[in-house]
Design a protein around this ligand. Structure first.
Ligand code: GLN
Length: 279
């Protein structure tokens, strides 16, 4: 199976949103910062606050193609998540506005802290640990992990779990956690940058990288033809949009927007554009 078809095979449609309970009239909003908000139990779920009036301020790590990366010609962020959050913002009558690039492992703390961004979207897997820090929208895409190695290296999950083997990952990701749990004998190498990690595998600095499968497939097809996916790991992850727990109305409004995008075909259009018609 080629990388391309494997990617499309794995990228099945994410569970659709089900925010019906509180969905509907979320147009009431004000421009106060989240520091003005009170504890979640008294927040009106029908309203939300914004860092900047009229804008949905977005934080992301912009080195995660095809989800979010910089268009070298325009210097603007592009990708599946970028189109998705722009469409969500539009549904809410807002304009999506990206902060400068952030490190992946600072995104959840940034959303939690409040005041800088309204949401983070960066192929962020919804996990119980992260749920303790922030709220998530309903899931919008399913994903798995992949072990990426140099072609013909013969490396396997078993051979990598040994002293002297170096396995790279993006710091603070679910791939990072997977290495800790499953390749305990290898040396885990957490890095900020996906391209640097894959380049390291390419040059022999690292023996492997563990990364989300759709990103591995994209990067290998576009830039790293000397690498291959040694193993797909069915972790069964789901991506969600992170929102402050003090802004519960925004998470509800976003889930409602996602639901409406499923119904009106916007979601299908964006998925087809980035992942082809099989998805
Ligand atoms: N989905 C993975 C996670 O949430 C990786 C995300 C990323 O590197 N942007 O940890």
């Amino acid at each position: 199976m080629s990388n391309m078809s494997r990617r499309n095979f794995i990228l099945t449609l994410g569970a659709s949103a089900s925010a019906a309970l509180l969905a509907g009239c979320n147009t009431s909003k004000n421009s106060s910062t989240s520091s003005d908000t009170v504890s979640t139990d008294v927040v009106d779920p029908g309203g939300y606050t914004l860092v900047e009036d009229g804008k949905l301020t977005v934080a992301a790590e912009l080195g995660f193609a095809p989800f979010e990366y910089m268009d070298e010609t325009t210097g603007e962020p592009v990708g599946f998540d970028v189109d998705l959050i722009k469409a969500v913002a539009e549904k809410l009558g807002l304009e999506a506005s990206y902060l400068p690039n952030q490190k992946f492992d600072t995104l959840v703390p940034l959303v939690k802290q409040g005041g800088k961004c309204d949401v983070a979207i960066a192929g962020i897997t919804i996990t119980d640990e992260r749920r303790e820090e922030v709220d998530f929208s309903d899931p919008y895409l399913d994903s798995n992990q992949a072990i990426v190695v140099k072609k013909d290296s013969g490396e396997t999950e078993e051979s990598l779990n040994a002293a002297g083997k170096k396995v790279a990952c993006q710091s603070g990701t679910t791939g990072d956690e997977w290495i800790t749990e499953n390749l305990a004998d290898a040396e885990r190498v957490p890095l900020d940058d996906v391209t640097a990690a894959l380049t390291g595998v390419s040059t022999g600095l690292y023996d492997a990288m563990v990364i989300d499968l759709p990103v591995a497939s994209w990067m290998l097809t576009k830039s790293f033809s000397d690498l291959e996916v040694a193993k797909e790991i069915p972790t069964g992850e789901q991506y969600g949009i992170a929102v402050s727990k003090e802004n519960v109305g925004l998470a509800v409004a976003i889930s409602s927007a996602l639901q409406s995008m499923e119904t009106d075909g916007t979601m299908k259009k964006i998925k087809t554009e980035w992942f082809g018609s099989e998805i």
